[in-house]
Design a protein around this ligand. Structure first.
Ligand SMILES: [Zn+2]
Length: 416
């Protein structure tokens, strides 16, 4: 957090305190409404069904870029639960509407369909008491199950909202999916129509209002290559890459806001006795601050370019080694300020239900709307997940209904 002048800070705090009080009262008042109480009761009573859904969705594989089968399952579930205008957009996002008294405010709540697991992964879910095991069982099959449980609870309690809600099961959240579902949703499918956005991702009752952005590159160094003895004197692509890695390792980055870099994978060459014709590396950089991310990115480019120039100069071979830097991941950084109504509402809902009201940072679907300054947060889906992105991923469903209730109450609070 940055503080400019004391007066401005004091005013912001006063405004935030006022908004906080107002949101707290609203969340507490909602709990007194018999229809809202009925929706929360339904969320708890239906938890066995929610767990069944979680398993059912998870046993249909959804590898990166191949989410269609799981998407179809969500589409038919949305239809069965009576959502209107159920549709699949160009990217493969599945959308369903629930009308309120008016079209606005429009609240959008989403969970992601895709997993990190490649085609052919065994996606059978094993159940050991309260613990479910299977790839993607928490991230984000739990989110999908809570999304559907929210639709069901609102329907059973016949909740009427002033604003309208769109439920979305989206594609492309993980890794090289590069938020393509969100990019499609906010730049085309629902462009200009989203007033508030919540992503259900992860477990517990967390609230995330800061989006850690990332840039990822695949960098390829090329040269003619040749015999290690006979052609000695040629500039070496892996030599240039080594120089680049050394420079990247020395890049200065701020501790606050936390800004990071990593050379995660390297490869190239054909033989110990050949000057390689190619070397490549994959680089990841992250920060919650867009300016800090842009700065480390610019320094990375300079490091690679000067490394190539030095390698060519060392051997007196200008332009012998060439380099391409392909951007393979671009998740924008951003945040929804702590005093924004959506954050205050999320905190108030947590307090009203007796949960911790703390904020965190992460990298999720909400990065995209946050970067567009649309009010957005990410919430956990209850229960407790372990081993995300690993084959032995597990979900402990003990008390998970509390996460479902939180999603239901927050939905009702934001659709007004
Ligand atoms: Zn996730």
């Amino acid at each position: 957090m940055r503080r400019a002048v004391a007066a401005a800070a004091a005013m912001t705090l006063a405004v935030a305190a006022g908004a906080a009080q107002e949101k707290r009262t609203m969340a507490a008042d909602l709990l007194k409404d018999p229809a809202v109480k009925a929706a929360l009761d339904a969320a708890k009573a239906n938890e066995p069904q929610t767990i069944e859904d979680q398993i059912r969705f998870c046993e249909v594989a959804a590898p990166p870029f191949k989410e269609a089968a799981r998407g179809n399952l969500l589409k038919s579930t949305f239809e069965q639960l009576g959502l209107q205008n159920v549709r699949v957009d160009k990217a493969g996002n599945v959308l369903g509407d629930r009308s309120g008294a008016g079209p606005r405010p429009r609240f959008v709540i989403a969970a992601h369909l895709d997993t990190v697991f490649p085609e052919g992964t065994d996606v059978t879910v094993k159940r050991e008491g309260a613990v479910l095991r299977g790839p993607g069982i928490a991230d984000d099959c739990r989110g999908l199950a809570v999304l559907v449980a929210t639709v069901r609870a609102l329907k059973e309690a016949n909740i009427q909202t002033p604003g309208s809600i769109t439920f979305v099961a989206d594609v492309g959240e993980e890794g090289l999916g590069d938020l393509r579902g969100m990019k499609q949703l906010f730049n085309e499918t629902m462009k200009g129509e989203v007033d508030r956005f919540v992503s259900i991702d992860g477990t517990g009752v967390s609230i995330t209002n800061v989006a850690v952005g990332s840039h990822r590159y695949r960098v390829t160094f090329k040269g003619p290559g040749g015999h290690s003895f006979g052609a000695f004197g040629l500039a070496n692509p892996i030599g240039a890459m080594g120089r680049a890695i050394a420079k990247i390792s020395d890049l200065p980055v701020p501790r606050e806001p936390k800004t990071t870099f990593n050379v995660g994978r390297v490869g190239g060459g054909t033989s110990v006795n050949a000057i390689p014709f190619e070397g490549w590396m994959e680089v990841d950089m992250r920060s919650a601050d867009p300016a800090a991310l842009a700065s480390v990115d610019a320094n990375f480019h300079k490091a690679v370019d000067s490394a190539v120039a030095e390698e060519n100069e060392r051997w007196g071979k200008p332009r012998m080694i060439t380099v391409t830097k392909d951007l393979v991941g671009d998740r924008p950084a951003g945040s929804t300020p702590e005093d924004a109504p959506i954050v205050q509402t999320a905190l108030a809902v947590n307090r009203a239900l007796g949960f911790a009201a703390t904020l965190g940072e992460g990298s999720t679907d909400a990065n995209l709307p946050m970067s567009l300054r649309i009010q957005a947060v990410t919430i956990g889906a209850g229960g407790r997940g372990t081993g995300a992105h690993a084959l032995d991923e597990a979900f402990d469903s003990t008390g998970a209904w509390q996460g479902t209730q939180r999603a239901v109450l927050l939905t009702i609070a934001l659709a007004r």
